[in-house]
Design a protein around this ligand. Structure first.
Ligand SMILES: C[S@@+](CC[C@H](N)C(=O)[O-])C[C@H]1O[C@@H](n2cnc3c(N)ncnc32)[C@H](O)[C@@H]1O
Length: 522
C-alpha cells in the first residue's frame, strides 16, 4: 500500500489544534500485542492504582426508586433509543448495540457477559438481534485480520478518548469483508454512528473514507493475510509446540467456523423426536448433533427436560467415570451443571459444588427443568471440607477446573484474545492446588476425574504428570482404546482423553478438552 492509498483525515472539529501525529494523546490507544496488532481490548492503560468500583452512571442514580422500577425505566429508555435510532436510519440500532457490546467488553467482560448486560442489545428482536450477535461474534472470530485491514488505513494511532472510532470501524469492516452487507448500508450506518457522539463526530469523515476503501479492497486484503493472523501469537506458538504445524493449522481452520448444536440426552427420556430431525447425527450413545441454526427452546423435549445442550467433548469426562449408579460423587466446579446432569441422569448421588452463586442458580434451574436431583453447595473448594455427618469422603470426584477455556474458541471466539501467558501461569497454579485438595476429599481406592476445556498441555497432560509425581501410588485408570467408537483418536496412548477442535471435522468439529481418570491408592 502506498501513502496515496490512505485517506487523509482532517482535523477533528473539537481538536485544540494540536497535531494528531504527535505522541501523547495517541499512546494510550496504541497498545500493541506481541505480534504488533493493536491491543486495546481493555482500553487505555490505567494511570496509578485502580480507582475501585465504577460509580453508577447518572441515568442509573435514582435513590427514590426500587431496583425493579429502575430496571423498568432503563428498559423503557433502551426501547425509546431503539425507536429513535431506527427512525434516523434503518439498521442503526443493531449496529449501535454491537458497538455497545464492544464497549462493555473493553471494560473486561466476556462476550457472553456483555450480551447479557447490553441493554441496547437486549431490546433488539428477531433478525436485528441475530444480526447484531453475528457482527460481534464474527468480529471476534476474525479479530486479527479485521484489525490488520483497518490498521492499513491508519498512519497514526487514534487518541484514547476516541476509542469508539476504532470500534465503529471494526463493526463496519466485519460487515463489509465477511458478512456481505451491502456496502452503502455498512458505510452509511458507520458514518452516522460516528456523527452521533461528540467524541467521535470529528472522525466521521475519516470513518466514511476508510469504510469506502475497505468496501473496495478489504476482501483482497483479507485473502492475503495468513491463517495465523486470527490466533494470538502466544497461543499459536503454544499449540504449534504441542501438536505441530499441520495440527495447529487444522485447529485455526476449525476456529473459523461456528460450532454445531450438540445435545446430551437423558438415557431414559423420550428423546427420539430429536434424533429424527433433518440433519441430525449421533456420534455416541445419548448424543445428538444438529446445526447451530436451531432455536434450542423450540426443539422437541426442551420443555419436558429430556436433554440439555453440551458439546460432545464436554460429555466425555463423565463417560470416563464408568458406572456411577448408586455412588456418592462430588462434582467440583460444577456450574452451570452439564456434567452434574450427566452424573445425576446416570444414577449417581451427586453433590455439586461451585463458588459462584449466579452460576449455581443456573445449575439449579437446569436440574429443575430436567427433573434431576443433586445436592448443591456454594463454597470455595480451596476452603471447604466434607463433613462426617454428610457422609465424609466420596467414592468418586469430578474436577472440571477453571482454565483458559482455549478449547471453546469456536463457541467463545473472544476467549483467545482475553487470555495471556500470565493467565496460563495463574490458572495452572490454581489447578495444582485444586487437584491436591480434591484428592483429600476422596476415599482410598476412589476415582478422581480431572478435566479442563483447554488446548494447552500445561493445563492438561503436564498437570496430570505432575500430580502423579507428587502423589505416591496415584495412577491413571486408562480408558480402553475402543471405548469411544468413532472417536478413537481422542484416546491418548496412556488412556487419557485429548480432543481438538479439528476432530470430527466433517460434521462440525468439537471443543478441545483434556480428561484423565486418576485412581487413589487403597
Ligand atoms: C469450567 S467451569 C465448570 C463447568 C461445569 N463443570 C459444567 O460442566 O457445566 C469452572 C467453574 O469453576 C468454578 N470455580 C472457580 N473457582 C472455584 C473455587 N475456588 N471453588 C469452587 N468453584 C470454583 C467457577 O465458578 C466455574 O463455574
Amino acid at each position: 500500500m502506498t501513502d496515496n492509498d490512505k485517506p487523509r483525515r482532517g482535523k477533528p472539529s473539537h481538536s485544540s489544534g494540536r497535531s494528531f501525529s504527535g505522541k501523547p494523546e495517541g499512546r494510550s490507544f496504541d497498545r500493541r500485542d506481541r505480534d504488533g496488532r493493536p491491543d486495546d481490548r481493555k482500553g487505555p492503560p490505567r494511570k496509578g492504582p485502580p480507582k475501585g468500583p465504577r460509580p453508577p452512571r447518572r441515568e442509573e442514580r435514582r435513590p427514590e426508586e426500587t431496583a425493579e422500577e429502575g430496571a423498568r425505566r432503563l428498559a423503557r429508555a433502551a426501547e425509546e433509543k431503539y425507536e429513535f435510532l431506527e427512525s434516523k436510519m434503518p439498521g442503526l440500532a443493531a449496529r449501535r448495540a454491537a458497538l455497545d457490546i464492544l464497549g462493555i467488553m473493553r471494560r473486561g467482560r466476556s462476550l457472553d457477559e456483555a450480551l447479557a448486560q447490553g441493554r441496547s442489545f437486549n431490546v433488539l428482536q428477531g433478525p436485528d438481534r441475530a444480526f447484531a450477535r453475528n457482527m460481534i461474534s464474527t468480529y471476534w472470530r476474525r479479530r486479527g485480520s479485521l484489525d490488520a485491514i483497518i490498521g492499513a488505513y491508519l498512519d497514526w494511532p487514534l487518541p484514547g478518548k476516541s476509542v469508539e472510532v476504532m470500534d465503529i470501524l471494526r463493526i463496519a469492516a466485519t460487515q463489509l469483508v465477511l458478512l456481505d452487507t451491502p456496502a452503502h448500508a455498512a458505510v452509511a450506518t458507520a458514518t452516522e454512528l460516528a456523527n452521533q457522539k461528540q467524541e467521535t463526530r470529528g472522525y466521521a469523515k475519516l470513518v466514511n473514507a476508510i469504510c469506502r476503501r475497505i468496501a473496495e479492497k478489504g476482501k483482497d486484503q483479507l485473502n492475503a493475510l495468513p491463517l495465523r493472523t486470527d490466533t494470538p501469537g502466544w497461543l499459536w506458538r503454544a499449540l504449534e509446540r504441542a501438536y505441530g504445524p499441520a495440527q495447529v493449522t487444522a485447529i485455526a481452520e476449525a476456529h473459523r467456523t461456528e460450532a454445531p448444536l450438540d445435545i446430551s440426552l437423558k438415557p431414559d427420556a423420550e428423546a427420539t423426536a430429536l434424533t429424527v430431525l433433518d440433519g441430525s447425527i449421533s456420534h455416541l450413545p445419548n448424543h445428538v448433533r444438529l446445526s447451530a441454526a436451531h432455536d434450542v427452546t423450540a426443539l422437541p423435549g426442551f420443555e419436558a427436560g429430556d436433554w440439555w445442550v453440551q458439546d460432545i467433548a464436554a460429555s466425555l469426562p463423565v463417560r470416563l467415570m464408568g458406572d456411577v449408579t448408586g455412588k456418592r460423587v462430588l462434582d467440583l466446579c460444577a456450574a452451570p451443571g452439564g456434567k452434574t446432569l450427566q452424573l445425576a441422569a446416570a444414577g449417581a448421588s451427586v453433590t455439586a459444588l461451585d463458588i459462584s452463586g449466579n452460576r449455581l442458580k443456573r445449575l439449579m434451574e437446569n436440574l429443575e427443568r430436567t427433573d434431576l436431583a443433586a445436592e448443591t453447595v456454594k463454597a470455595d473448594m480451596l476452603a471447604w471440607e466434607p463433613t462426617e455427618e454428610s457422609g465424609g469422603a466420596f467414592d468418586a470426584i469430578l474436577l472440571d477446573a477453571p482454565c483458559t477455556a482455549t478449547g471453546t474458541v469456536r463457541r467463545n471466539p473472544d476467549v483467545a484474545w482475553a487470555k495471556s501467558e500470565q493467565d496460563v501461569k495463574d490458572l495452572t497454579n490454581l489447578q495444582t492446588f485444586m487437584i491436591d485438595r480434591a484428592l483429600g476429599f476422596l476415599k482410598p481406592g476412589g476415582l478422581l476425574v480431572y478435566c479442563v476445556c483447554s488446548l494447552l498441555r500445561a493445563e492438561g497432560e503436564d498437570q496430570v504428570k505432575a500430580a502423579l509425581a507428587r502423589h505416591d501410588g496415584l495412577s491413571v485408570e486408562p480408558l480402553a482404546a475402543d471405548a469411544l467408537p468413532g472417536l478413537e483418536k481422542a484416546i491418548a496412548k496412556d488412556g487419557t482423553i485429548r480432543t481438538l477442535p479439528s476432530m470430527l471435522a466433517t460434521t462440525g468439529g468439537m471443543d478441545g478438552f483434556y480428561a484423565a481418570a486418576l485412581r487413589k491408592p487403597e
